[in-house]
Design a protein around this ligand. Structure first.
Ligand SMILES: CC(C)(COP(=O)(O)OP(=O)(O)OC[C@H]1O[C@@H](n2cnc3c(N)ncnc32)[C@H](O)[C@@H]1OP(=O)(O)O)[C@@H](O)C(=O)NCCC(=O)NCCS
Length: 385
């Protein structure tokens, strides 16, 4: 093909708009994030996960009566079918929790009488069940991995409290609940990122919502996306002591290694979610454990160095995943659950995008520029060189 005739390829779909949406605005130049018009700072200071789910799915904050009804549906859907718990037990210790989550969420379709009902009303009801059960699944994965058995949900608790209760089989303290509330809210939605797009691609074929969400979980797993939180903590563990930080980062950058938890396709400023998590981490400092203090010191020294070296010059700033690890450790969460928690938190965003996109559905089908040969002769196998 003559160079001038070659179609423009947007590698990684960079700069390509795929839809109109009123769910989320990521202002990458100014480092701002809004869910349905509310800034993430306002929501993380004032709201709770159940209310944010209502906002994302319904487009407005609920009245008291609307919230009670919505929250009742979320609470009632918390319990897991025995078959799903058995899948978790079977895969426990053999697979990464993201793989267990993906399989368990996929299996939920077998227990939902409305799986094949594609009406908007049924899809909203299924969304509520998915959001509710994904947190129960993640908590149960953690519980069973730790050698415990399934803890039935407690209907008197908030979403965040119940998650910790099902994980640890005891009522959480205030700090743990505050951390989970912030993390659930901060991760709830982020426009057409890779996993939301993956969800939408599956959904655009009119596959059911369980198939779509299972695709989203698969896409989120990778270290370039949701898996970066666990990878960033692994790096902090490898650094070991705050005084090793600068040498480690220098050598990683010299070896062209990416520092997990930095950089973003859209944010060319400080990720507002990272700012919230960093402030929270700093506020924990005084009475944090020695482990959290060490991670915090390493994280802050790495951040200072990266900002000096790469942020201003290359637009590579800390993202949501960088400070998440130490904060989760402060809440007693094991590293292999970080990305599954991200997935459970992101489920309202994925569902909201499906409900919106299905109103005006169009199958996703991009093009490729073919660079292979044409009209080759078929040579029988015994005559091939
Ligand atoms: C998120 C990410 C995939 C977005 O990147 P992108 O828009 O596709 O841009 P690229 O990966 O092509 O990076 C552009 C340049 O910045 C560099 N860069 C990007 N992120 C970097 C990082 N975390 N550490 C060091 N260098 C980085 C790349 O090496 C590349 O440099 P080059 O032009 O010299 O080759 C990328 O920043 C990354 O891999 N970050 C680490 C993983 C992570 O934290 N993911 C979670 C995102 S919320």
């Amino acid at each position: 093909m003559v160079e001038a005739e070659k179609p423009h390829i947007s590698s990684g779909l960079e700069g390509v708009y795929i839809a109109e949406s009123s769910i989320c605005k990521v202002d990458g130049q100014n480092g701002r994030l809004y869910y349905r018009g509310y800034s993430i700072d306002v929501l993380s200071s004032n709201s709770n996960f159940a209310e944010v789910c209502y906002l994302l799915l319904n487009g407005k904050l609920p009245s008291s009566a609307e919230f009670s009804d919505f929250n009742r549906q979320l609470v009632e859907a918390r319990d897991l079918p025995e078959g799903v718990v058995n899948i978790i037990k079977e895969m426990s210790k053999k697979s990464h929790p993201m793989d267990i989550l993906r399989t368990a969420v996929s299996s939920l379709s077998a227990y939902d009488a409305e799986t094949a009902d594609q009406s908007p009303e049924a899809n909203l009801r299924k969304s509520i069940r998915i959001i509710s059960k994904m947190s129960s699944i993640v908590a149960t994965i953690g519980r069973i991995n730790a050698g415990g058995s399934y803890v039935a949900p407690d209907k008197s608790l908030s979403h965040e409290e119940n998650f910790l209760y099902m994980l640890n089989a005891k009522k959480p303290d205030k700090r743990q609940v505050d951390i989970m509330r912030d993390m659930f809210i901060i991760h709830a939605e982020h426009s057409s990122n890779a996993s939301t797009f993956g969800t939408m691609v599956a959904g655009s074929t009119l596959a059911d919502i369980y198939s779509a969400i299972t695709s989203g979980i698969s896409v989120l797993k990778g270290p370039l996306h949701g898996g970066a939180d666990e990878a960033a903590l692994r790096m902090m563990k490898a650094i070991g002591s705050p005084d090793n930080t600068e040498a480690y980062i220098d050598s990683a950058l010299a070896g062209k290694q990416k520092i997990m938890g930095f950089g973003h396709r859209v944010y060319k400023a400080y990720d507002p979610r990272a700012k919230i998590i960093k402030a929270y981490l700093e506020s924990l400092q005084l009475d944090a454990s020695a482990e959290v203090k060490t991670y915090t010191a390493i994280a802050l020294r790495s951040e200072k160095m990266m900002v000096e070296k790469l942020s201003q010059s290359h637009g590579i700033w800390p993202n949501v995943d960088f400070f998440a690890g130490p904060v989760y450790v402060a809440a007693g969460i094991p590293p292999e659950l970080f990305t599954p928690i991200f997935a459970a938190s992101r489920s309202p965003g994925w569902c909201a995008h499906m409900l919106e996109y299905w109103k005006n559905n169009k199958l996703f089908r991009p093009l490729e520029v073919y660079t292979g040969q044409l009209d080759l002769q078929y040579v029988p196998i015994e005559k091939r060189q």
